[in-house]
Design a protein around this ligand. Sequence first.
Ligand code: FEO
Ligand code: CA
Ligand code: CA
Ligand code: CA
Length: 629
Amino acid sequence: MTDKIADSHNLTFDDFDEVVNPRLLEPEFDNIVEAALSRRGFLGGVLALGSVTALGGGLLPSSARAQNSRFAFENIEMSTADTVKLPAGFKSEIVARWGDPIFSDTPEFDPATRGTAETQARAFGDNTDGMDVFFHQGHTLLVVNNEYTNRSVIWGNQPESGPDEDAVTKGMMAHGVTVVEMVDGDAGWQILKDSPFNRRITPQTEMLMTGPAAGHELLKTEADPSGTKPLGTWNNCGNGLTPWGTYLACEENFNGYFSAEDEAHKVNADLKRYGISSKDWGYRWASIDPRFDVAKNPNEPNRAGYVVEIDPTDASSTPKKRSALGRFKHENAECVVNNDGKLVIYMGDDERGEFLYRYVSDNPYAPGVDTDDLMENGTLYAAKFHDTGAGEWLELSEDATGMSKAEICVHTRQAASKVGATTMDRPEWVAANPNAAEVYCALTNNKNRGIKPNAGGDFTPVGGVNPREANKYGQIVRWKPNGEDHTADGFAWDLYVMAGNPEVHEDARRGSANVHAGNMFNSPDGLRFDESGLLWIQTDGKYSNEGDFAGQGNNQMLAGDPVTGEIRRFLVGPNECEVTGLSWSHDRRTMFVGIQHPGEDGNSQWPDGNDVPRSAIIAVRREDGGVVG
Ligand code: FEO
Ligand code: CA
Ligand code: CA
Ligand code: CA
């Protein structure tokens, strides 16, 4: 490894961002501290109430809290074992792993070689993340994001001097999206090789840019003077599901793949806001494809950071980048059809101090309408959370921002800064309750809260929806749109849960009243409701099981009752993994769960029992064959 790689190789995406774009302490830092201190009174007041009436239940009628538990499982203990743990009465099987071929002309994964660029392009990608299962004309189709790669694993057989060109290309081909048909046979759920639906979408797949930014100057490159034909998608984190049955892959940390041969090259302020620099995260894509050299192709980064719509039922369809949904580090895209038929999409921008967004279509959805229109013509808003428990959606209009519609869709962060949206503790997945006009968002953690501004210099004061300084544990906020109308300007919010450690801390870091020694966790990330109305919570946090995180074990999946506030731990993953991605079979008798980057620090042999750990999707079932969620 060269020094350039060694510098950034083991950094998280967030730490990488701060290395390439250090957050400078503003002169007004004293003001931030002052605000933080005054807000501690607010937090103390909430916690002094000491129950879920304020945190987890505050919006609910008291009668609702007396209902019987709706959980069909017992809370399980934390675990530090290198395996998947489930409650009594449940079992799991492996469905698909990084490197599993999806076509019969491709060899099975070989842990010695770890595949080639050519085989990887025809095999299941790495680091499974957001996913959905579609039931189409009798076929069960799994669509899954392959967010990034564990370079220490995928290049674990490469020389000290660094990966060769084929290994760099293999890394690129392990990114993107995998579409496979699955069958449930004697061996459980397996990939059906050679199904006409099977497809790999990679950073080289042809795409179409749509919406206000399509064809804009900012999107034109030497290779694509039309500004409408970007190539590929990468770092897709969470996902979305449209009412008409297409899949939304959300581009998150797209910045870490760009670099410049000339390390002294300085990018402009707009690129810097998105964390683009002369230095990449260690992938070396610019060494095999000059479009990732930002000095040579300064507009190429403007063609990434979008939501990509994919039709899983047609393997020859062209994925569409939906610029109307804005450009930022997209986590997921939660679609809701409002009472008036309008399509409302809630989206988080997962970076310290960035914003929470809402998109509202101009026209209503109805079966048979032009669905392209619904994700091309609409309005973006950013959320403002007041300390009072009220909130409002601030329109990113041309008037309010002084930017054109296209500019708002490319420089969405800058637009949201201009309207004064609330800087958040890293908004992750958003999930809408199917039984109520109520929406939840995981705010995973933010070590800069109350300490440093965001990448645009906006203050990150402590208080309200982001109540803890240097937030280590995260919280889940929820809001009810005024009048049960998802297009309303206003909403009421509370915190469903503040994660914490009541065994270690007695102050606000102990967490809210629905957190106890037996269910504690940190860094909520994935959120999804099941049909019964339980909220599933997946974690991507610290798994040291020491200090602030003592007793929390490996990353895990829990379920929360939105009515009572009760949270139970359902699953604990193997060592050094993140649990992310959740979907169900058509009959709801299988729950599919993603296990991402087991052994990212070299301490897992999951799932094959050897020293090449592999991200994988598992199928979870009840031993009695009953419905799971
Ligand atoms: Fe890829 Fe925000 O997690
Ligand atoms: Ca995530
Ligand atoms: Ca995450
Ligand atoms: Ca991860």
